[in-house]
Design a protein around this ligand. Structure first.
Ligand SMILES: Cc1ncc(COP(=O)(O)O)c(C=O)c1O
Length: 423
């Protein structure tokens, strides 16, 4: 800490990246004996590594209830790469002149920017609490009269933790002859996901998520979707591992997933993800969901008592949310508060706009005119919030330390502002 004392670190920034499970680190160690290149060698280790890599897709598909008869599990670097890959593939495949993507007002930039240059993008709006408005989804389908290709929506917001009714949205999309992508980055670590049968109107067509947010570092992400779309289109990344036959003037692409995983695959990332899924399943996703929800309830009940705390969720309606609490403290800039928590108590939180600027601007009630004026200001003075995001290993005791620290800060604001500067 700033006073030179050593303290136990508290990590309330799990929505960004979680620490690895011990089981994951151990499995990485164990697997090192077999570690070798994938699909490139006849050596025993290469065969063993390749077998593990290929079979791993079943584990991932089971975890989210995808149908491997029809779906493919493609490994990427992270959610961002998965969504970029899908946007590239779909832009090559604009069927029936459908060129509209419906994103939402509550997306992470990774589920907004990849669509902008390739499609007409419109945003489903949010209500006063910041939750998605399904009436607006229906209105947008009417407005675009059959031109919507895809609804792309976050499973759970990384700002408010609000979960979206993805199966209801899927139904509306399918009834309007469109598909749905769920950005599962904040959903996969916190609860069950059911992509479901292709025969169901509630089925999720595409799903993306990142292993580093589910206790499995080493840089792997996942994109799941119908094999057909990937087999029917050339891959966006091209090179080693993607072809069956090539001459100077001829390419025969391999089938998906190989054609969509150019270059040497990240086997250690996959080992880590498979192990983290096993550990999550052993703990039990229902248990985990309940535990994290109890942590949030407890934190909210304690934080509500601190003068000057403003929440950007409805604190009395904590349903359908993952374990995230966005807030500010009156009279103290979000960056300053995050710094004080770190330097005075070893508490890691996130502050700013969390790569979801349009959503945060709406929740903060900042008008477009004000944002226009603020464009010239330095980044450090941009509006924002502080975000707590809990993982399954966080404790009530850690929340007590946070609450005690926040109470102390709110009662000694002037002293802290004098010490750290007002920002
Ligand atoms: C909702 C959501 N979508 C997408 C992403 C991007 O994930 P990654 O950085 O792993 O690509 C994040 C990361 O915080 C997120 O919270």
């Amino acid at each position: 800490m700033i006073n030179g004392e050593i303290t136990k670190a508290i990590n309330f920034d799990n929505a960004a990246t979680t620490p690895p499970f011990v089981s994951v680190v151990e499995e990485i160690n164990n697997f090192s004996k077999w570690y070798s290149s994938i699909h490139r060698g006849t050596g025993f280790k290469s065969q063993a590594s390749s077998k593990f890599y290929d079979n791993s897709r079943e584990k991932i598909a089971d975890f989210v209830h995808a149908d491997l008869e029809k779906d493919v599990v493609i490994y990427t670097k992270n959610t961002t790469e998965s969504i970029n890959m899908l946007s590239n593939i779909l832009s090559k495949n604009k069927m029936n002149n459908k060129n509209v993507i419906l994103s939402t007002d509550m997306e992470h930039h990774s589920n907004d920017l990849p669509w902008r240059e390739k499609f007409v993008v419109d945003y489903i709006s949010i209500d006063i609490d910041g939750r998605l408005r399904l009436d607006d989804l229906n209105a947008k389908f009417k407005k675009y009269k059959g031109k919507v290709l895809l609804v792309t929506v976050t499973g759970a917001s990384n700002v408010t933790g609000y979960k979206n009714p993805i199966h209801e949205i899927a139904k509306i999309a399918h009834e309007n002859d469109a598909e749905i992508l769920v950005d599962g980055a904040q959903l996969a670590p916190h609860g069950k996901i059911h992509m479901g049968s292709h025969d169901s109107i509630h089925h999720i067509d595409y799903l993306a998520f990142s292993a580093h947010k589910m206790y499995a570092p080493f840089g792997i992400g996942v994109l799941i979707g119908p094999k057909k779309i990937f087999n029917d289109n050339s891959p966006d990344f091209q090179g080693g591992g993607t072809i069956e036959l090539v001459t100077h003037d001829y390419i025969k692409w391999a089938d998906t997933p190989d054609k969509n995983e150019a270059g040497t695959p990240n086997i250690m990332g996959v080992v880590a993800l498979v192990e983290s899924i096993k550990t999550l399943e052993n703990i039990g996703m229902n248990y985990l969901e309940k535990y994290e929800s109890n942590l949030v309830e407890y934190a909210l009940s304690q934080m509500k008592r601190i003068p000057g705390i403003k929440f950007y969720i409805n604190p009395v309606n904590n349903v359908d949310r993952v374990s995230i609490i966005p807030f500010n403290m009156e009279g103290i800039n979000h960056l300053l508060l995050a710094n004080i928590l770190s330097k005075e108590a070893g508490i890691a939180v996130r502050n700013g706009c969390f790569c979801a600027q349009p959503y945060v601007q709406r929740l903060l009630n900042i008008s477009l005119e004000e944002m226009e004026m603020r464009k010239k200001e330095p980044k450090s003075s941009h509006p924002g919030m502080v975000r707590l995001s809990f993982g399954l290993y966080n404790t009530y005791n850690e929340i007590d330390i946070l609450v005690k620290t926040l109470s102390y800060i709110t009662h000694n604001k002037k002293a802290y502002i004098d010490k750290y500067g007002s920002l």
